[in-house]
Structure formats: C-alpha cells, structure tokens
Design a protein around this ligand. Structure first.
Ligand SMILES: [Zn+2]
Length: 265
C-alpha cells in the first residue's frame, strides 16, 4: 500500500524533537510521501526548507491560513510569490476562510484569500484550501477565480452535502482527514464520501491535529502523525464499500496527478 499524505503540519513544534523518527515510521507504514502544509509566511518558509532537505519525499505548500490573515502584508505577498516559484512548492495555501474562530476579521480574510487566489492564478499552481463556517462567501469567491487556477482541493472537508456538491460542480478535489473516524461528529461524512469520484478524493492526516479515534491503542500524547494515514484510508474504504488497497491506489494516483508528482517506480 503506497499512501500520500496531502496535509501534514510537520513544521509544528510538536515534531521538532523527533521528526526523523516520524518520517521513518511513516515510511514503514506505507506513507512514503507527504505534503507539508505552509500556513504562515514563516511556516511556509520552513515547509519549503523541509521539502528541500527531503527531495522526492516531502513537498510543501506556501500560503497564509485565514487565522493569520491579519498578518498578511506586502512583504508576505512577495515572500509567498518567491516560495511558490520553487518546484518543491506544489500548491498555494493553506488559504481560505474560517468564520468559526474569526481570529482575523472577515473582511481581512476575504481580501487575503483573494490575494492568494491571484498568486495561484499568476503562477499557475493549484490551491490548498481551508473553509470552516464560511461556505457561502468561500464558494462565491472561488467561483469567480476557478477558471484561472489549474486546480483546487478543499482540505479537511467536514461540511454538508450541499457544500460538497458545490465543490464537485466547480471541479474541486476533496481532502478527507481523520474527522471521518470520529463516531461523535464524523458520521455524516461516512455517507458523503461515497459521492466523491475516485479521481477527486485525496486523504490527509492534518497532523499533529485530528488523531483518528480508530487508532488502537490511542497514544497518550494524542499527537497525530502521518503513520496513521492508513486508518483514514481504511475508514473511507469501509464507507465506500471497496478494498482499502483500491482507496489507497486511487487516492495516491489522484494526489500525484493533482500536485504534479511523478509516480513512484
Ligand atoms: Zn485547515
């Protein structure tokens, strides 16, 4: 089983002390490649440094999460543009809208999201997108830009069927995390995941967040890491009524095509 984790926050401080061990465990569990999420100017710079240090295994995104939109200035814009020109940066993002926490004012989030849509359009890179409690504004802006960007994945999709169908109609890809393994709040996703065509579905841990609740025994530290991606793959396979090998092969091929990665020999 060859899995590809399209969203791992490996620059997070919880990985500082043992990243090499984390990467080795991932490899031992079939996760040979990971895309390191960039969520701020500094975080994106570090994500690219990690990708550069592990060519062919780690790749990076470059973007500013809506939580940090308030920090986005001209220097940030220039920095993201510079990073996104590196071939190891395979998407612009994490960007989007988050009205759940509103750490940055909505009008700032909207403006900063659009700046990054512009970067993706100009540099012809796909988008790595975050949306929480902001579907209407998010889809309206995405609809205006969709034809100008080569691709868009709505990462950590947890929203409604209506939102899912809006994204699929816009030819977006969908990223599914361990949220689907949570029997308390992920059950609606178990039905919806059947509606996603295999060539639109990708999987991600969002590590260190969202440890799948199906991991046994649950590690005491509760840190999620890419080695657990298989649990997400297996839950999705169960829900879609297919073999986990099929889900794995399809999601990996979909991610390779979406991010422009060469298939492994
Ligand atoms: Zn996110």
């Amino acid at each position: 089983m060859q899995l590809l984790d399209i969203g791992a926050n490996l620059t997070h401080e919880s990985f500082h002390h043992d990243l090499d061990a984390v990467l080795q465990r991932a490899q031992a569990h079939g996760v040979g490649r990971m895309i390191v999420t960039g969520a701020s100017s500094e975080g994106s710079t570090k994500a690219l440094a990690l990708a550069t240090a592990h060519p062919g295994r780690l790749f990076a995104t470059a973007g500013v999460h809506p939580h940090h939109a308030i920090d986005y200035d001209e220097a940030t814009d220039a920095q993201l543009r510079m990073l996104a020109q590196n071939p190891a940066v395979v998407a612009v993002g994490e960007t989007g809208l988050d009205y759940n926490r509103n750490y940055s004012p909505r009008e700032v989030q909207l403006r900063v999201f659009e700046r990054q849509l512009q970067i993706a359009a100009e540099l012809h890179k796909p988008l790595f997108l975050h949306q929480r409690d902001a579907h209407a504004d998010f889809v309206a802006l995405l609809r205006r830009w969709r034809d100008r960007v080569p691709g868009a994945v709505v990462h950590c999709f947890t929203d409604t069927g209506e939102a899912l169908r809006d994204y699929l109609a816009l030819d977006c890809h969908i990223g599914i995390t361990g949220w689907i393994c949570d029997e308390r709040r992920g059950t609606h996703l178990r039905e919806l995941v059947r509606e996603i065509p295999a060539n639109r579905l990708m999987i991600e841990t969002d590590a260190p967040y969202l440890l799948p609740r199906t991991v046994r025994p649950l590690p005491s530290h509760r840190r999620n890491e890419p080695m657990y991606l298989k649990h997400i793959c297996e839950e999705i396979a169960r829900d879609r009524g297919e073999h986990a090998e099929t889900t794995a092969a399809n999601s990996t091929a979909t991610a390779e095509a979406f991010f422009g990665l060469a298939p492994l020999p």
